[in-house]
Design a protein around this ligand. Structure first.
Ligand SMILES: [Cu+2]
Length: 553
């Protein structure tokens, strides 16, 4: 697939060594609540935006404590209103019950939930049949029951006056995880992704996955997962709704005049949301106290080689061109349907995943997809780990790392001898092992690498630049030249300086990763109220193996 060059892909933040300076680093996962019975309510609250606005909105929330949370996180909670609504995590085959109470203002009228892809029965006193779903009247409630027939990621959203109610925030996700691991998988499939999970454990990482496989198929195993719900927001609609609800406070539901006449056209969204937040708020922690009604962040992290399950849903009115920098995405399934090739006999072939390899994974309103993403550094033509065949002029504190290619060319448990689980270059692309970007580590092209880095003598780096092109905290230590006098490297014009890149004086045990934009390729959508940066823009971080990714924060 031809890789398009876009203006946004030329932004200077596409790839940089990045140091997180915040006391509490924020990571992600796909947090939600467990059932199989969910007591939900639809209520009002104000959503915080990065420009300081607080936007009147409607959302689903928990009506009492949920049965449980998954995965476990320190500040987990389920408020009475949140956008997106609580992510409902259920197991394949379960009978799911959702009790929805309508806590919206009487003038807002009925509300409901659609669960596309499931055979739903809706009933209950306080509910009436609607056009698309059984609806809870104001102050009333409705019960939906269905069987979670097959694994996958699905949207749920209001089935009542969708142009208004979904815009106001009445949407969420349901994730059906397989009833168990599939049987008959090959050893490398059981030993997930060539040992990545064992390597995570060797570095003290906790497993935050909801399951080991996305579907009942050996080829759908994964190491990490993230859920991204894309939606936009036109504050004109929200202002109208608030004004009318306020003017009609205390009206009797169903009485003449106790209804809203909110115009939802023309449509001019100003906020572009992933999981209810915009850049940079979406990089803050899950369940952060500063976002009481927007608990889910969008802050993907991964180590090289990890198979990352991207669950994405288009929840708004517009389609969004979601682009994951760093690699293409292999689509696994859509709306809970694993995409398989066919056998010669014309039947679905479980050994043939047939989803497209995509540069750009559009989100489509109402549709969900899963894809697999990984980053390995393959194709860079230099060694991102900055390893050296021997001690370098700057006293490389790294022991020399071996890199023995497995059948695919990577250093893994399948190499001979096998890569130990503690190897910090686990999953390195061995063909580029020891190839410098430039020599030692600051030099020029002529000294043996494909690039010349700017000299800290003439170039001021931002506070987020670790001062090194290489991955890992030790690489930051090697980014400047405290001892360049003995011996002076062959070409030391750039490196032999006591000036340090700005962030090398920060805690060297802190994070030093590669950052890639994951964002909308519609550039107005990476703004907040037309100010860049904002909107649908995340920074994905590739972290070195020795940096512990704690997704609970
Ligand atoms: Cu892009």
């Amino acid at each position: 697939m031809k890789k398009a060059i876009s203006k946004s892909s030329l932004l200077p933040v596409v790839m940089m060594a990045l140091a997180v300076l915040f006391a509490a680093t924020a990571h992600a996962a796909a947090p939600g609540i467990t059932g199989p019975t969910f007591n939900l309510t639809a209520q009002t609250a104000f959503l915080n935006q990065p420009d300081g606005a607080a936007v009147y909105s409607w959302g689903y929330g928990c009506n009492g404590a949920p049965a449980g949370f998954a995965p476990t996180m320190p500040n987990q909670n389920c408020p009475t209103m949140q956008v997106p609504g609580p992510t409902l995590i259920v197991t394949e085959g379960a009978t799911v019950t959702v009790n929805l109470s309508n806590g919206l203002p009487p003038a807002a009228g009925n509300t409901s939930i659609l669960f596309p892809g499931f055979q739903v029965t809706g009933s209950g006193t306080g509910s009436v049949p609607g056009l698309l779903a059984q609806e809870a009247v104001p102050g009333g409630s409705v019960t939906y029951t269905f069987t979670a027939t097959t694994p996958g990621t699905h949207a749920y959203y209001s089935g009542t006056q969708g142009d208004l109610q979904i815009e106001m925030g009445l949407y969420g996700a349901i994730i059906v995880i397989p009833a168990g691991d599939p049987t008959g998988c090959s050893p490398s499939q059981v030993n997930l992704s060539n040992g990545n999970v064992n390597v995570e454990a060797a570095h003290g990482e906790t497993d935050f996955r909801l399951a080991h496989y996305a579907y009942d198929n050996c080829k759908t195993n994964y190491d990490r997962e993230y859920l991204f719900q894309w939606a936009e927001m036109d504050t004109n609609i929200h202002r109208q709704a608030l004004a009318q609800v306020t003017a009609k406070a205390g009206c009797v539901a169903g009485a003449s005049g106790c209804s809203l006449e909110v115009s939802t056209e023309p449509y001019h969204p100003a906020y572009f949301l992933i999981n209810g937040r915009s850049m940079p708020d979406l990089m803050d922690a899950n369940f952060g106290a500063e976002y009481p009604h927007q608990p889910y962040n969008a802050n993907p992290h991964m180590h090289p080689g990890e198979q990352v399950l991207v669950r994405a849903i288009g929840q708004g009115r517009w389609q969004h061109p979601f682009h994951e920098h760093g690699n293409h995405v292999r689509i696994l399934g859509r709306d809970g349907n694993l995409i398989l090739g066919t056998t010669a006999a014309g039947t679905p072939d479980p050994n043939s995943l047939a989803g497209l390899l995509m540069f750009n994974t559009d989100t489509t309103p109402g549709q969900a997809f899963e894809g697999i993403f990984y980053w390995s550094g393959r194709g860079l033509n230099w060694d991102p780990y900055g390893h050296h065949a021997g001690a370098d002029a700057f006293g490389d504190p790294l022991a020399v790392q071996p890199c023995v290619p497995d059948a695919n060319g990577y250093y893994t448990v399948n190499s001979s001898p096998a890569a130990p689980a503690s190897a910090i270059n686990y999953y390195e692309w061995c063909q580029d092992h020891n190839k410098p970007l430039e020599v030692a580590p600051l030099g020029d092209v002529a000294s043996g690498g494909p690039a010349t880095l700017p000299s800290p003598n003439i170039f001021t780096n931002g506070a987020w630049y670790g001062g090194t092109p290489y991955l890992g905290p030790d690489a930051t230590l090697r980014a400047f030249a405290p001892n360049c006098a003995t011996p002076v490297p062959a070409n030391a014009n750039a490196g032999c300086t006591s000036l340090q890149p700005s962030n090398t004086q920060a805690n060297p045990a802190n994070e030093r990763g590669f950052a890639f934009m994951w964002h909308s390729h519609n550039e107005r959508e990476i703004t907040t109220n037309n100010v860049f940066p904002g909107g649908m823009l995340m920074m994905m971080l590739v972290d070195s193996r020795e940096f512990v990714i704690d997704e609970s924060m």
